[in-house]
Design a protein. Structure first.
Length: 218
């Protein structure tokens, strides 16, 4: 276990408003998250999350897929951009572009994602619509290591939210996102403390295989 006071260097990838990024920034500013945010990278030039990062004095970069002739060319550019900042981990915070297998393999075990469902249920998009249509009693969010399988990497932590009879996509989303903004920094702190790693395709916590995802709040 690493109890060093040195913050964990990470790069955040996002595509949208950056509310999850803001939660991370707030925790760093408050001194409750031992992470050094080296840069924020987006595949959207007008992503509001870039503005949040700039306001916090964080370096930003917009890499637009349309500027590259092939996906592999874009992936190489993204990897090169990330390497420039020398992060220990890549944190996906609403990054809507699917990462290629070659990209994931290059950073194997070093990419985290947060997904708005209780994985393995409802991988992919439109999870709020799908869970309401399915009539489930609960929904939530999952933090997991990223593999080449879409939303299929080993789970780390989940937060559960009861679905109310009067819930809409908007109301359910608001409650899930409230939990996400607390859960992601909690996972990052465990990572910074050296308690978490991905090994042999599984999540390890305190040098033991995590048999099932942790439940948030802990």
């Amino acid at each position: 276990m690493n109890e060093s006071a040195t913050p964990l260097p990470v790069v955040v990838l996002l595509s949208g408003s950056g509310t999850t990024l803001q939660a991370i920034l707030d925790e760093i500013k408050a001194g409750t998250l031992k992470v050094e945010l080296k840069a924020v990278i987006s595949d959207q030039a007008d992503a509001a999350g870039l503005g949040r990062a700039e306001d916090a004095g964080i370096e930003t970069c917009a890499l637009l897929p349309g500027n590259y002739a092939e996906r592999q060319e874009f992936d190489r550019a993204l990897a090169s951009c990330i390497d420039k900042f020398k992060p220990k981990y890549i944190v996906l915070a609403g990054y809507m572009r699917i990462l290629s297998e070659s990209f994931v393999e290059r950073f194997a075990g070093k990419i985290l994602n947060i997904h708005p469902s209780l994985l393995p249920r409802f991988r992919g998009l439109n999870t709020y619509t799908r869970v309401l249509e399915a009539g489930d009693a609960e929904h939530g969010s999952s933090v997991h290591f990223v593999t080449a399988e879409l939303d299929g990497g080993p789970l780390i932590m989940q937060a559960r939210v009861a679905i109310l009879a009067q819930d809409t996509e908007e109301s359910l989303s608001a409650r899930v996102k409230e939990q996400e903004r607390k859960m992601y920094p909690a996972v990052l702190n465990m990572l910074a403390a050296g308690r978490l790693e991905m090994k042999d395709g599984k999540t390890w916590l305190d040098q033991r295989v995590l048999e099932r995802p942790m439940e948030y709040p802990l």
